[in-house]
Design a binder for this molecule. Structure first.
Ligand SMILES: N[C@@H](CCC(=O)N[C@@H](CS)C(=O)NCC(=O)O)C(=O)O
Length: 240
């Protein structure tokens, strides 16, 4: 059995899509980051970076249980375990890995920071908000150009690169001042991915987890939110 540790965030959603696509039996263990459950010694022992998702597989590559953290590594692990959604060799493999890397190193961090500064930063912090919005819009343009040349991000076949990117584009460009109507290739791809039964199953399940997350967000103590966001008493001052 596989256990997926996480909440409703995009980095967790991408793993659930892959598990559903591969029809692997799994269960979700909710880790409530708003209650600091990712800061316990038990959690730190399985992910020193203290973030979700984490995947625990009873049937790991060496015959025993294994634990994997970082969503990109988890997707590659599941692709290699099942032999699906990532070509095993040749240029096609690296094309998928390139676009997976664009998600991991670009789309995730930039969209994440834009969300942070838009929602959590004190008013007047226009520099950071403008910078990350500009990066987010730039990345939408990169995705749109790519999807004008290829059916999917990794090439002609649906792959882990699409699964990784899809949750980050849900609900976003239109609200962000980017020209959603202008991103017609992203829109075509988005509709295509959203229509997959596995993706449907993920959104149904994750909408329920999101409802639980919303309750936790509403009652989260200030000091836990400050630790999560790295602010207040958790701010690191520059060394002299
Ligand atoms: N690069 C990591 C990012 C994981 C990440 O940022 N997870 C967030 C939820 S999306 C989290 O655990 N936040 C809690 C915290 O930062 O304390 C991955 O892709 O797995």
């Amino acid at each position: 059995m596989i256990e997926l540790l996480g909440m409703s965030s995009p980095n967790v959603q991408k793993i659930q899509i892959m598990l559903e696509e591969c029809e692997l039996p799994y269960r979700i263990r909710r880790i409530d980051v708003w209650k600091g459950e990712n800061f316990t010694p038990e959690f730190e022992a399985i992910n020193p970076n203290r973030k979700v998702p984490v995947l625990i597989d009873d049937d790991g590559p060496d015959g025993g249980p294994c634990t994997i953290f970082e969503s990109g590594a988890i997707l590659i692990y599941l692709a290699e375990k099942t032999g699906r959604f990532l070509p095993t060799r040749g240029a096609a493999r690296y094309e998928v890995l390139e676009w997976l890397a664009v998600q991991m190193c670009g789309v995730g961090p930039m969209f994440g920071q834009y969300t942070h500064f838009r929602i959590f930063a004190p008013k007047g912090n226009d520099y950071a908000e403008n910078r990350y919005r500009t990066q987010a819009v730039r990345l939408f343009e990169v995705l749109d150009r790519r999807l004008g040349q290829a059916r999917y991000l990794g090439g002609e076949d649906y792959s882990v690169a699409d699964m990784a990117t899809f949750p980050w584009t849900r609900d976003r460009a239109g609200k962000w001042g980017g020209d959603w109507d202008g991103y017609r290739h992203v829109q075509r791809w988005f509709a295509d991915v959203a229509a997959r039964p596995a993706v449907h199953r993920m959104t149904e399940e994750m909408d329920k987890v999101w409802a639980e997350d919303l309750v936790s967000i509403g009652v989260a103590p200030v000091e836990l939110v400050d630790r999560l966001l790295g602010r207040g008493e958790f701010t690191q001052e520059p060394s002299a």
